[in-house]
Write a protein that binds this ligand. Structure first.
Ligand SMILES: Cc1cc2nc3c(=O)[nH]c(=O)nc-3n(C[C@H](O)[C@H](O)[C@H](O)COP(=O)(O)O)c2cc1C
Length: 197
């Protein structure tokens, strides 16, 4: 039997990631990904993030975060990162491994900040760094409330995490037969192989 071609799987992975990043109000299964880092003490850390931008040519996926958050300190210590997303309806899981660049230079972040919906920027405007203990949830709300907020307030806390993807693991729990493929970026090119699910 001829070996089935892997290119359509790679196309599908990037198509699904693109749909996730550009879903708008409709949402897509790959809009929310879980991002795993290595904690400062070496233990695993994971959290949900919103996939904001995908560029296949640069093998890049990007999300926004707060420079004060634990994940940024973790990525400064060890840039390795893994992300996973899953479509429960189709049974497709995509796992990404790569190296994160913390993009915090204003000339690289300003346009994205300006183009972001104000509602998504509220979290950066609080003087309380993420994970600061508060007496009650309301204490944190009080610091983000306010009518006339300067549009650049909180900009100094905003950064992008740009992940250079070096490995992709695709799994399709297709009822007709499970399918799993692995893609590794090596010496300037992607190498794909079928692997047992
Ligand atoms: C639906 C959803 C989407 C989220 N998106 C983001 C995001 O895009 N960026 C982010 O920094 N945190 C996001 N969070 C919050 C993180 O999951 C996490 O709680 C926070 O960033 C603190 O993580 P850390 O302490 O590991 O740095 C999101 C949480 C949920 C529930």
């Amino acid at each position: 039997m001829p070996k089935p071609h892997l290119d359509p799987i790679a196309d599908e992975v990037w198509r699904l990631l693109n749909a996730g990043a550009n879903a708008g109000k409709t949402r897509s299964p790959f809009t929310m990904l879980q991002a795993a880092t290595i904690g400062l003490d070496g233990s695993p850390r994971v959290r949900t993030v919103v996939l904001r931008r995908v560029c296949r040519e640069q093998r890049s996926v990007m999300f926004h975060t707060d420079v004060r958050s634990a994940k940024v300190a973790e990525l400064r210590q060890d840039a390795r990162i893994a992300l996973v997303g899953c479509d429960l309806d189709t049974g497709i899981q995509i796992r990404l491994h790569g190296s994160a660049r913390i993009v915090d230079a204003p000339h690289e972040t300003r346009d994205i900040w300006t183009a972001s919906r104000p509602r998504t920027l509220i979290v950066y405007r609080t003087p309380l760094a993420p994970a600061t203990p508060v007496a009650s949830p309301a204490e944190a709300h009080a610091t983000t409330a306010g009518e006339d907020i300067d549009s650049s307030a909180g900009f100094e806390n905003f950064c992008l995490i740009d992940v250079a993807v070096s490995k992709i693991d695709y799994l399709d729990l297709n009822p007709a037969g499970h399918v799993r493929a692995s893609f590794t970026f090596d010496a300037g090119a992607w190498r794909g192989e079928w692997i047992a699910p």
